[in-house]
Design a protein around this ligand. Structure first.
Ligand code: HEM
Length: 455
């Protein structure tokens, strides 16, 4: 689907599988339950790290990997948050550095051929090789029978259904029966492999940038407000399938995706060939065959008021409140993290469900702080031509359980607290917990907030 250029063929493929990514399917108990289980597995890692730090960069990629394989293959999903063999498959896909090399090969094959050896030697440029991921997907997709069958909410179930139908259907040379795309087993494998890759770095990086920002002293008030909302929702019995109704959680996610869209760069589209020989786009005549593109990074930084006046400074800074007030409608019009239209992100609802559940599980239990070893440079957006990722490919955070912050002691050293104290808003006071004998490094946070204190 990703690489299908022709519009109708793309639409046929997309129609076949669209229902598996519909919000109603994502919110089914079995589908959401798998995401919730993975979020719990991530939180287990957070608990294990208390007193030290946790590198959430690979952890969140493992979370996203387990979630997407659940949605594609359940019960044949991965457990990379617990199983190092599965984690190896995730790392193979995520830590791939071959994109520049592949683009050069695609756009300038002659230069690539001439410079091939030099590129390999000088820049360690490699072809993309993912043997573990290939084997994992082929194993699930090409076996003639799977017992038990893939769960009904999965993509594999949908694709195998259409394969079964195709054996009975009377279809033409294009593989199309009654306007429906009929995949063969290699098509199924390729489609699933693409979706698997599409679902890891995107959600993983989006969560990583967002949790980094929430952990900054300048965003402590945001983290606290999020915790209050989540804890209130917990005591009001808000269930996982209703998390989208929490306005502040939604605002935090939207603002995270606005500031750090996982695919910030140009999304190319070709002006179709038709009898008019082109299209008018926003008052400009653009001939057929022209490649036009739009990028979330730039669009998200256009601060425009309701009269169309441009205020670039308005777009600066992480400010979830912009999604809650009267200006929200203006910002929504320009939200492009998932692109829009027929080629927009099909996994949007799945990604949002993963983000909501992960943030809920983490911030209803912990406060997070940056580890002292981290620098802002580690977390600069590194341009990967289409996507981006944290430059350092690491993001070490400290997790402090909320009950510890509310006054109970915990006996773990927490370096970095002086720096945090210096930059804390006035409402929060950090002090050494002198009641905790022998544990010089433990601390408590005095809270002025009732709901957080009660929790
Ligand atoms: C925060 C997470 C995500 C972001 C920001 C994101 C963003 C995007 C964007 C911008 C596109 C359009 C690409 C283009 O126009 O060329 C896209 C397409 C796509 N995304 Fe996502 N994505 C996310 C998560 C996911 C997940 C979890 C899946 C799971 C399957 C997924 C699957 C896809 C697929 C299959 C397409 C191609 C759609 C088509 O060609 O019709 N994405 N995504």
């Amino acid at each position: 689907m990703f690489t299908t250029l022709e519009k109708d063929e793309h639409a046929r493929r997309r129609r076949l599988i669209a229902d598996r990514y519909a919000n109603t399917n994502v919110l089914r108990p079995q589908s959401l339950g798998g995401i919730a289980q993975n979020a719990t597995n991530f939180v287990r890692r957070c608990f294990e790290s208390v007193g030290g730090s946790l590198d959430i960069y690979p952890g969140l990629h493992a979370y996203a990997f387990d979630c997407i394989t659940h949605h594609l293959f359940d019960p044949y999903d991965t457990k990379s948050l617990q199983d190092v063999k599965d984690e190896e498959v995730m790392r193979e896909v995520t830590f791939d550095d071959s994109l520049q090399n592949r683009l050069l090969k695609h756009y300038h094959p002659t230069i690539h051929r001439l410079l091939g050896n030099a590129l390999r030697t000088l820049f360690n440029a490699k072809p993309r090789e993912t043997p573990l991921a290939d084997a994992f997907v082929l194993d699930k997709t090409t076996s003639p029978s799977l017992s038990p069958s893939p769960s009904p909410f999965t993509l594999l179930h949908r694709l195998r259904q259409s394969l079964d139908k195709s054996e009975k259907a009377d279809y033409d040379d294009s593989g199309s029966a009654q306007g429906t795309f009929i995949p063969d087993s290699l098509d199924i494998a390729a489609e699933c492999l693409d979706h698997m890759a599409a679902g890891i770095d995107t959600t993983g990086d989006a969560l990583c940038f967002l949790m980094w920002e929430l952990s900054q002293p300048r965003s402590r008030h945001v983290q606290r407000k999020l915790q209050q909302e989540l804890l209130a929702a917990k005591s009001n019995g808000v269930t996982d399938n209703k998390l989208a109704q929490l306005p502040y959680l939604e605002a935090v996610i939207m603002e995270g995706l606005r500031c750090w869209p996982a695919i910030p760069m140009s999304l190319p589209r070709v002006v179709p060939w038709d009898e008019k020989g082109g299209k008018e786009i926003d008052g400009w005549w653009v001939p057929s065959g022209t490649v036009v593109s739009c990028q979330a990074y730039s669009v998200h930084r256009l601060g425009i008021d309701s009269k169309g006046e441009w205020f670039p400074e308005e777009a600066e800074g992480f400010r979830p409140e912009r999604w809650l007030g009267g200006e929200a409608e203006e910002w929504k019009k320009r939200f492009f993290a998932f692109a829009t239209g027929g080629r927009g992100c099909i996994g949007k609802h799945l990604a949002l469900a993963e983000m909501r559940l992960l943030l809920k599980e983490v911030y209803s239990r912990f406060s997070t702080f940056p580890d002292d070893s981290m620098t802002q440079e580690d977390m600069d957006m590194s341009d990967q031509l289409i996507s981006s990722r944290p430059r350092g490919q690491r993001c070490l955070l400290r997790f402090v359980p909320l009950e510890d912050l509310a006054g109970k002691h915990h006996g773990s050293p927490t370096p970095g607290r002086q720096q945090m104290a210096a930059e804390e808003p006035e409402s929060t006071v950090w002090r050494v917990n002198s009641t905790c004998k022998g544990i010089a490094n433990s601390y408590v946070e005095t809270l002025d907030n009732e709901s957080l204190g009660a929790a």
